[in-house]
Design a protein around this ligand. Structure first.
Ligand code: C2E
Ligand code: CA
Ligand code: CA
Length: 613
């Protein structure tokens, strides 16, 4: 037998071996490749789960359409936004299918906003772009589009409903009055601007202020005042046409922007309807409250061609209407501007006057009518201005009240009057006028106490005069102050009686020690039966209530005689003595050498009928 190893190699075997070897190598390669493939698919899976985690973590919906126009990737937030059960339900959708899915799942789009076609068109945009989808339910989805260079696009979808609502709330708040929800000054100005630019519309601005609002605030508190303002807003809205705007500037001031008929007659009618409507009693916190309305009107373009100008003109007219007596309406006219300028200078001068000591008190005597005896003096304020000359208190006291200067001035008046009176004989009284404003914050009680202490004047020699109309302005607050003054021992006189509401109830309620019958009735005494009847009635009433009566403005002997016959207690007027500086009072005290001499002496002794009195 021959040794097979020594035999020549069979070429077929060699080939087979080589193939086997190559197959083994291939198999090993294949294994390695499979291993590598496994590894990379594992890595891919890791990467995918990371990618999923990342895009699911994003707080906005996100999706990608590939270059074939099919949705390839989307996140969890998108599924929730569009209300899908399965996240892969979206994958593979074409754009029209995706649009339908949105409408089916979220609901129909609101009319007048972006249409679904516009949303579809967004996908074709080569630039970044965005739009809002507003649904009938009120939901708002904000879509932001970003094209991909290699084809396809990515979009995000965010629910901005709450943000939009918050923005809308903020912008509403910025343009509306919180209390009444009426447009505020800013929005009113926008409305006026629109009306001014509309060549077909007329535009008039009516400023409306409430009368006696402060008194409501004082008696019912701010809660009551707020309820009243809300009710007034409702009534004002009922007065105007659907196209007109009612707004609130603040405090008790409202504005009507009228875009209808701007003729004087039509505006007058509108103003009258506001006055009538607001004058009806309000039921506020279970109480019947009566206020009033005063209006100022400005018409464009005559009285102003900008919102600011028109409001200012209407406001000037309102200011004038208030001065003329409230509860009425005043149209703007250019003379009001001059008045406003003059007032501005008056204000400046008045501020200076307080610190420069340009004020002085004059004293007007009053006498017992029958006994013809000097009873006391009324202190009357005088302003000696270096260039204006002597300014009437009627002109500057209202301004001092508005500027808040009256408190400081009132303090000075009380001190000066009490100090002057302290030097007079003990029986002589001093009457001091006070404004309603001085009653605020109980300042008056402290001010009176200081003046009495400083001067050493007995409280019983001081009498405070308050006008009936001032009393009405602020009944609640004034009542407690008057009460405290009375307890201090100070006398209280109701001034200008008969000019205001002449509320007999107030006479009793406030326990006045004196009533001063207004000059207007005294001047009519000799000629008007009605004036005599009124004076007689007031005197009779006061006698019943044990209240002393003074007649002011007695200018003739006839008036004095009638008043004496009618049993009036005291007389005051030019007939008996004019307001006089304190340095010249000695003459009043020493008429005919008597410390309580009376000018009656002069008048009546000449007539020879003084004997026996
Ligand atoms: P009033 O308190 O009614 O004062 C009487 C006014 O009538 C005074 O005017 C006085 O000068 C004037 N008068 C007096 N007798 C006669 C008369 O026989 N005929 C006429 N035609 N007038 C007479 P006056 O001094 O101009 O004061 C005007 C008003 O200004 C006062 O009216 C009072 O309301 C206010 N007032 C004056 N002084 C003060 C003050 O010190 N404080 C405050 N708060 N108001 C004052
Ligand atoms: Ca007076
Ligand atoms: Ca008076």
């Amino acid at each position: 037998m021959s040794d097979p190893s020594l035999q020549a190699p069979n070429p077929l075997d060699a080939l087979l071996d080589a193939q086997l070897e190559s197959q083994v190598r291939n198999a090993a390669n294949l294994d390695r490749c499979r291993g590598e493939l496994d590894q990379s698919s594992q890595a891919l899976a890791v990467q995918k789960s990371c990618f999923d985690a990342v895009i699911d973590h994003i707080k906005v919906g996100m999706y990608l359409f590939d270059r074939d126009g099919r949705l390839a990737v989307s996140n969890e937030r998108l599924r929730i936004l569009l209300g899908f059960e399965q996240s892969d339900a979206l994958v593979g959708l074409t754009l029209p299918q995706f649009c339908n899915a949105i409408l089916d799942n979220v609901g129909a789009l609101a009319a007048g906003h972006t249409r679904i076609e516009a949303f579809a068109a967004l996908a074709g945009s080569d630039d970044k772009a965005a739009l809002n989808l507003v649904f009938q339910s009120g939901q708002v989805l904000q879509v932001a589009h970003s094209p991909i260079a290699a084809g396809g696009f990515v979009q995000t979808m965010e629910d901005v409903t709450e943000r939009r609502k918050a923005e809308a709330r903020a912008s509403h708040l910025a343009s509306h009055d919180v209390l009444t929800d009426l447009p505020n000054r800013r929005l009113l100005k926008q409305h006026i601007d629109v009306a001014l630019n509309d060549s077909l519309a007329d535009c008039a601005v009516l400023c409306v202020a409430l009368d006696r609002f402060k008194s409501v605030n004082d008696t019912l508190g701010h809660a009551g005042g707020d309820v009243l303002l809300v009710e007034v807003a409702k009534r004002l809205r009922r007065c105007v046409h659907a196209d007109d705007i009612v707004g609130r500037l603040g405090g008790d001031q409202f504005v009507i922007v009228n875009t209808g008929d701007a003729s004087q007659e039509a505006l007058q009618r509108l103003a009258q309807s506001v006055v009538t409507e607001i004058a009806r009693p309000f039921d506020i916190l279970g109480q019947s409250v009566i206020v009033g309305a005063t209006l100022g009107v400005a018409v464009a373009p005559r009285d102003g061609d900008s919102p600011d100008r028109l409001i200012k003109s209407a406001d000037m007219a309102l200011f004038e209407a208030k001065r003329e007596g409230r509860g009425c309406c005043r149209f703007f006219d250019p003379s009001l501007e001059t008045k406003a300028r003059e007032r501005q200078t008056l204000e400046n001068d008045l501020r200076i006057a307080v610190s420069a000591g340009q004020f002085e008190l004059h004293y007007q005597p009053y006498y017992a009518a029958r006994q013809r005896r000097l009873v006391g003096f009324e202190a009357l304020l005088r302003w000696n201005h270096p260039t204006r000359g002597r300014v009437s208190p009627l002109d500057f006291i209202p301004v001092a009240e508005e500027l808040g200067l009256i408190t400081q001035l009132g303090d000075w008046i009380l001190q000066e009057a009490c100090s002057t009176a302290a030097a007079w004989p003990n029986e002589v009284l001093i009457s001091v006028n006070v404004s309603a404003r001085q009653f605020v914050n109980n300042d008056l009680v402290a001010s009176v106490a200081r003046a009495l202490e400083y001067s050493g004047l007995a409280p019983a020699r001081l009498e405070i005069e308050i006008t009936e109309s001032a009393l009405m302005e602020n009944v609640g607050e004034i009542e407690s102050v008057l009460d405290r003054l009375r307890r201090q021992g100070v006398g209280l006189a109701m001034d200008d009686f008969g000019t205001g509401y002449s509320s007999l109830a107030y006479l009793r309620r406030f326990n006045f020690s004196k009533v001063k019958i207004d000059r207007s009735f005294i001047s009519g005494l000799a000629s008007e039966n009605q004036a005599i009847a009124i004076v007689r009635a007031i005197i009779a009433l006061c006698k019943n209530l044990n209240i002393v009566v003074t007649a002011e403005g007695v200018e003739t002997e006839l008036q004095a005689d009638i008043l004496r016959l009618e049993n009036c207690d005291y007389l005051q007027g030019f007939l008996l003595g004019r307001p006089t500086p304190k340095t010249e009072l000695a003459a009043v005290f020493t008429v005919f050498g008597s410390p309580f001499g009376s000018p009656f002496g002069t008048v009546l002794s000449q007539r020879g009928d003084l004997k026996g009195q």
